[in-house]
Design a protein around this ligand. Structure first.
Ligand code: SF4
Length: 457
């Protein structure tokens, strides 16, 4: 006899947020049937794959492990607190896959234990951040790009692959107030070392030679200011001089220009100096027209992590609280550097993104330390993805799908996350709050014990 059909409750949730790239699309319509997301309307393939992945974790299974054994959540938090409390040089890093509220709490834990704090992708974004500190940033929202930009430049980035709906929503086909014909109202330029999917859609593709971003940008600065090239740059850069001149004139002559730059710009020789040259070029262009610059941020809440750490400490990534106040030095306090020098004696990875794996040397170092991992990934992925087994593992609810909060789009616009599924796992914010409370108790106990040892005055 055929079994009776299982009754299902189908719910549609409009205006949900995808955080799988810096676009943070907020127009996704999710359909949930019997506790599972079955449709993600408006999402691109990348976003859809994330929404439709299996998020129904076992309700009964353990939520925490200590040394490979299932533990209660409270006991695991206690163990994590002990590790951080006793560490001389704790390292806390990750933060990108968390809502801002939990990121703020992670900063507070780092401050309490005097840790070195670093964010995911600090290596990549650090070059941008250092350039911003040097030059400043002429910036705008993606809404302004959609409504006004008639010249769009992508430098060292391929958004058709990395940010699939960027073009549709903001920069290529998007129709705005002053760009009513969408793509027909925009001139699109791609500058890269190889022809990318975005380059194929551009009006002008400048294929430059590897390691000459700085030279091209600096030459453009001169041309924009009316300084002619002293000698041909074609051999060095791979671009004809007259094309460079036309490009500089186009930039000066546009109504509203935007330069989106990506990891490709800082991955070549010059790194931070390349980003600095791009920002200076944009600054120069504002003597003639409106021109803006924006880095293309990566997946998760990377922009949120940088914003939150900056609000709390004054610096974006790589901050050290060991002296009782925040100190910043990208070359000294990034997780990669601290681990490679073997300084950290304990580490907590908060929502660490396994897509940016550690080097074998860092993995080796981490596997010799007491480590804590807070993650929303499934338990059976863990050893495989991060290369070693942390001392304490706490599984948290998936933000955006199960946990509410705030995320930042790549243009630093905050957007609210509204969950569609419930989870039996704890929220990262609650775990971090309880962790800090427990550390505070341990600190108070030590303080009292020290006072008692000293005796009455
Ligand atoms: S473009 Fe990015 S944020 Fe938008 S749906 Fe695709 S992956 Fe998600």
């Amino acid at each position: 006899m055929a079994s009776a059909p299982i009754p299902t409750l189908t719910m549609a949730y409009p205006n949900r947020i995808c955080n799988q790239c810096g676009c943070v699309c907020d127009d996704i319509v999710l359909t949930v049937e019997a506790g599972t997301i079955t449709h993600a309307e408006h999402a691109c393939d990348k976003g859809r794959a994330w929404f439709l992945a299996n998020h129904s974790y076992s309700a009964e299974g353990p939520k925490a492990w200590v040394k490979g054994q299932p533990f209660s959540l409270t006991a695991a938090i206690d163990t994590a607190a002990e590790i951080l409390f006793h560490a001389r040089y704790p390292l806390i890093f990750g933060l990108a896959d968390l809502p801002c509220e939990a990121q703020r709490q992670a900063v507070s834990v780092a401050d309490r234990v005097g840790a070195c704090l670093d964010t995911t992708l600090s290596d990549e974004h650090g070059a941008f951040d250092a350039a911003f500190q040097e030059v400043g940033e002429v910036t705008c929202s993606l809404g302004e790009v959609k409504n006004r930009a008639d010249l769009v430049i992508f430098w060292g980035t391929d958004p058709v692959t990395s940010h699939p709906r960027h073009g549709e929503r903001f920069s290529l086909e998007a129709k705005g107030l002053f760009t009513p014909r969408g793509r027909a109202d925009r001139f699109v330029v791609v500058v890269d070392v190889e022809e990318t999917a975005t380059a194929k859609q551009a009006d002008l593709f400048l294929k430059i030679q590897k390691d000459c971003d700085f030279e091209v940008l600096w030459a453009l600065r001169g041309l924009v200011r009316g300084v002619p090239l002293r000698e041909s740059m074609q051999k060095q850069t791979g671009i004809e001089d007259k094309v460079l001149l036309e490009f500089s004139n186009r930039m000066k002559g546009c109504r509203f220009g935007i330069l989106f730059f990506g990891p490709g710009l800082c991955a070549t020789r010059g790194r931070q100096r390349n980003a600095e040259a791009a920002l200076r070029l944009v600054k120069d262009l504002n003597d003639f027209t409106r021109f803006y610059a924006k880095p293309m941020s990566g997946p998760g809440n990377v922009s949120g992590a940088e914003n939150v750490v900056c609000w709390q400490t004054g610096y974006p990534p790589s901050v050290h609280f060991g002296q009782g106040f925040p100190r910043y030095n990208l070359a000294e306090y990034s997780a990669k550097e601290v681990l490679s020098r073997g300084e950290a004696d304990a580490a907590m990875m908060v929502a660490y993104d396994p897509k940016t794996p550690f080097s074998p040397a860092a993995c080796k170092r981490l596997s010799s330390l007491p480590t804590i991992l807070l993650t929303s990934h499934t338990e059976n992925q863990l050893p495989l993805e991060i290369g070693f087994r942390p001392t304490v593992i706490i599984l948290t609810a998936l933000y955006g799908i199960c946990e509410a909060g705030t995320v930042f789009r790549m243009d630093d616009t905050p957007l609210p996350l509204r969950p569609v599924l419930s989870s039996t796992r704890p929220f990262a914010l609650d775990v971090l709050t309880n962790l800090e409370k427990r550390i505070q108790e341990l600190q108070t106990q030590r303080h009292v014990a020290m006072k008692n040892e000293q005796g009455p005055r």
